[in-house]
Design a protein around this ligand. Structure first.
Ligand code: CUA
Length: 345
């Protein structure tokens, strides 16, 4: 009777266990629908974090199994029903049990803390290595500035290109408040703190596009502070960097883009944005090669004429709190300016 009851209850929780297993399996995928899964690591750093997560989860599972078995034994095999037995006897102490439940948790904590502390030290800034690519990452409310410190004089925003299989050193600094640099599949997160330089060292293994996100609440548009990392094959990275390092060609005379260039040069835009050879603003992103980027407005909008137009018309509505003002350009002026921005390849 007791055994039948037990089996029925066990089958009762089986669907729940199955659903949990499927949910966990769904986390580990290359599915483009989950571009920010930490369960599909693509760098040495992300692999270490993933390995630690699996190791700790294995210990947690062991604890879960022990607790569940103890629970099932207590409920179904060592319990008594009303009227089945006399009153329980009291035991004032049991040395064996007390030693066991002190040593057991201490051992488990040790097994979890040893690999955790080891990984914390392993991910700290290491001495410069050969062929390392140093990049300064500056977090702003609410966008990311990237400066390549390899002598190439390349500045970009919100889209970081990295060569695959080369050691990268990211120096993280903040222009205003505390942010956090996080690219789930390449590792992180690490806080970006005003007045302090933090670092992330990593080697990205697999070319591809990776999504990043500020992971520390930093104001109104914190959730709009996104970015992308493109890991390129070394030859692709070299040609990308070469293009970025040279000023773009001025648009041909008489085109909409050339009229737009004049509008830009005469506008207050120049006080905030740099275009190599045109302006030297530094408050907003460098626009020298804006058209080579996939997104605008810190990764929240696709970089096409429709979104560029909307962004220039209503920056505060697209990204609440954005410092970029609306200069009330319209009609042909706006179209020409957008044509110019789209020519900045
Ligand atoms: Cu920057 Cu949140």
């Amino acid at each position: 009777m007791k055994t039948a009851n037990f089996k029925r209850r066990l089958f009762g929780i089986a669907p729940l266990l199955l659903a949990m297993a499927i949910a966990v399996a769904g986390c580990q995928s290359d599915d483009p629908a989950h571009p920010m899964s930490t369960m599909a690591p693509r760098s040495d750093l992300a692999n270490w974090c993933y390995g630690l997560f699996m190791e700790v989860t294995a210990w947690d599972l062991l604890i879960l199994v022990i607790v569940v078995i103890a629970f099932i034994l207590a409920v179904f095999f060592f319990s008594t029903r009303v009227g089945e037995a006399g009153p329980p006897t009291s035991v004032s102490s049991d040395l064996g049990l007390e030693v066991a439940w002190t040593l057991g948790p201490a051992l488990i904590l040790l097994m979890i803390s040893i690999p955790t502390v080891r990984l914390i030290f392993r991910t700290q800034p290491r001495a410069a290595v050969a062929n390392e690519l140093p990049i300064t990452v500056i977090a702003h409310q609410w966008w990311w500035e990237f400066r390549y410190d390899d002598g190439s004089n390349v500045f970009t925003a919100n889209e970081l290109h990295l060569p695959a299989n080369r050691p990268i050193r990211l120096k993280l600094i903040s222009a205003d408040v505390i942010h956090s640099f996080w690219v789930p599949r390449l590792g992180g997160k690490r806080d970006v703190v005003p007045g302090q330089e933090n670092q992330i060292n990593l080697i990205a293994n697999v070319p591809g596009e990776y999504f990043g996100q500020c992971a520390e609440f930093c104001g109104l548009s914190h959730a709009n502070m996104r970015f992308r990392i493109f890991v390129d094959a070394p030859a692709d990275f070299a040609s990308w960097e070469q293009i970025q390092a040279t000023p773009g060609a001025a648009p041909a005379d008489g085109t909409a883009a050339s009229r737009g260039a004049q509008i830009f040069a005469d506008s207050p835009c120049t006080t905030c944005h740099t275009i190599n050879g045109v302006s030297k603003g530094y408050i907003g992103p460098d626009l020298t090669h804006l058209a080579s980027r996939k997104t605008i407005a810190s990764g929240i909008l696709r970089n096409d004429s429709k979104h560029l137009t909307e962004w220039i018309e209503h920056p505060g509505e697209m990204k609440p709190g954005a410092e970029m003002p609306n200069f009330a350009l319209g009609g042909d002026q706006l179209n020409d300016l957008v044509a110019y921005l789209e020519s900045l390849k």
